[in-house]
Design a protein around this ligand. Structure first.
Ligand SMILES: [Zn+2]
Length: 493
């Protein structure tokens, strides 16, 4: 575990030079004018739609009424997560890839470092957003992910220094420590295990489980320049700065959870380095690279199209909060995602970014529904959002759905609905939730009871499924200073 798990393959000198140049050139899009970027995007979109129609029976049928030359995405229908999974075998463009063969592959955890059918990587999202989504990615997707990390997401690739950086790294490879909080086929830090061999010449790796008892000693001995982990892992680690000695640290990179402003400043102060927060989803891991000077992240818009839209899929302009996002990943030709619905709520920045990266920037990421409970801590009432629950249960694969019901002010019942035939690992669920509640500082204030139910039901009044249900509501004696927070949470727009 504490070294790269990918088998060393010989890379010819010519191939190394070719791939290195290709990687280096990926920086170019950060300096493109909006017009040039649009041209590049449209050219790739045209080719991508052509490929999808030619090789995916699902999209061929779905787009049959649309002119073959049409590159106006707004004319194309949206695809939901449920549709993607219901028609998986028809969506994919390689007939050898099927729902059954992918399920069989991920059932064997020994395959976690292996490629599927020798050429694809596979992962899944959690069941807690409705149902797990299986994701198959081709090599281009991975190459872009790593190339963007090395160039666009690398603080050392700024200004004139970027011309020298690749050569410097050959002599003195970047030391990257990856802390892994969950094991399995999750679109997470594990993806680094699939780093193409030529890139190993530029980097030295340390892979560590986040709960390694000797974590700090191992990190100090390795002395990374880049530390990659979830915000929760880095936030917990930042409490131990007195034991950490990391003089080479240049940047921290966070993934997969919402990074709050408070957590960002704690982590940045603890490691004395900027935090680059990558916003991504399992369906497109190279979606953005963090911004070293501000919040949010820059969209890699030369290879992905993000449409911020309202409930009726109409465009929402920059500066305004959208209801959801439609994602078109121009690189994944094996499982095409075209106007694929993501529940996150985003605000795009209206102004160019001061960091020098000209790619469009997401200013605010609200994440999913801002449901919350008011609970009473020793220092007064505190809002408890859905995030600790979502983060705890998102990657429990045997959990199809969860629901939290606040039955008394500080007593919450968690109901877990397993996927058919599975049994939720309750001790693990509790450990995960305790970790998240520790971060919020509310662990010792709340009593949690777990229940496993065969099927969660919709709300009798609204007929909608609700993850967070409060039987006690907003406290009548809520402090006046919290009234504004309450209003913000209830009306995030
Ligand atoms: Zn920026």
């Amino acid at each position: 575990m504490s070294s790269s798990a990918s088998a060393k393959k010989k890379v010819s000198f010519l191939s190394f030079i070719k791939h290195s140049c290709w990687t280096y050139l990926q920086y170019a899009a950060t300096q493109m004018s909006p017009d040039r970027l649009h041209q590049v995007q449209q050219k790739r979109l045209r080719q991508f739609l052509k490929t999808a129609r030619a090789s995916s029976p699902y999209y061929r049928e779905k787009f049959r009424h649309i002119d073959a030359d049409c590159v106006d995405l707004s004319k194309y229908p949206v695809t939901t997560k449920a549709e993607m999974m219901a028609h998986f075998d028809q969506v994919v463009t390689d007939p050898a890839v099927t729902h059954a063969t992918v399920e069989e592959f991920i059932a064997d955890t020994g395959n976690v470092n292996q490629t599927f059918q020798g050429k694809y990587t596979v992962s899944h999202t959690s069941g807690s957003q409705g149902q797990p989504t299986l994701i198959v990615q081709n090599q281009l997707v991975l190459n872009l992910l790593f190339a963007f990390q090395m160039t666009r997401g690398n603080i050392s690739y700024r200004g004139a220094r970027r011309f020298l950086q690749p050569i410097l790294n050959l002599w003195n490879p970047t030391r990257l420590a990856v802390l892994i909080s969950q094991q399995g086929f999750f679109p997470s830090a594990w993806i680094w295990q699939h780093l193409p061999e030529y890139m190993h010449r530029y980097m030295r790796f340390l892979f560590l489980p986040a709960n390694d008892p000797d974590l700090i000693a191992k990190l100090n001995a390795f002395s990374p320049a880049v530390l990659t982990a979830t915000p929760t892992t880095l936030d917990l680690l930042s409490l131990k700065t007195d034991q950490l000695n990391l003089p080479r640290m240049k940047q921290a990179v966070t993934w997969s959870e919402t990074l709050t402003l408070k957590a960002r400043s704690r982590i940045s102060a603890a490691f004395q380095a900027p935090v680059m927060d990558n916003y991504a989803c399992g369906e497109c891991m190279f979606m953005t690279n963090g911004c070293p000077t501000g919040t949010g992240a820059h969209v890699n818009a030369d290879w992905i199209i993000l449409e911020v839209v309202d409930e009726q899929n109409r465009p929402v302009p920059p500066g305004q909060l959208g209801h959801k996002v439609l994602m078109t990943n121009l690189a994944n030709t094996v499982q095409p995602f075209i106007r694929y619905e993501i529940g996150d709520r985003l605000v795009m920045a209206t102004e160019p970014c001061g960091c020098g990266n000209k790619l469009p920037r997401i200013e605010t990421i609200i994440g999913r529904a801002a449901d919350f409970f008011w609970v009473k801590s020793t220092s007064g009432y505190r809002p408890l959002t859905a995030y600790p629950f979502q983060h705890a249960f998102d990657y429990l694969r045997e959990v199809r759905e969860w629901q939290a019901e606040q039955v008394e002010r500080n007593h919450i019942i968690i109901r877990l609905e397993p996927i058919p035939g599975a049994t939720p690992d309750l001790p693990l669920a509790r450990t995960r939730l305790d970790e998240r509640l520790t971060i919020t500082g509310l662990l010792h204030d709340i009593q949690i009871t777990f229940e496993v139910v065969p099927q969660l039901t919709t709300d009798a009044h609204s007929a909608k499924f609700r993850r967070m249900i409060s039987r006690v509501g907003v406290p009548a004696d809520l402090e006046p200073s919290l009234q504004n927070i309450a209003a913000d949470l209830e009306h995030p727009q």
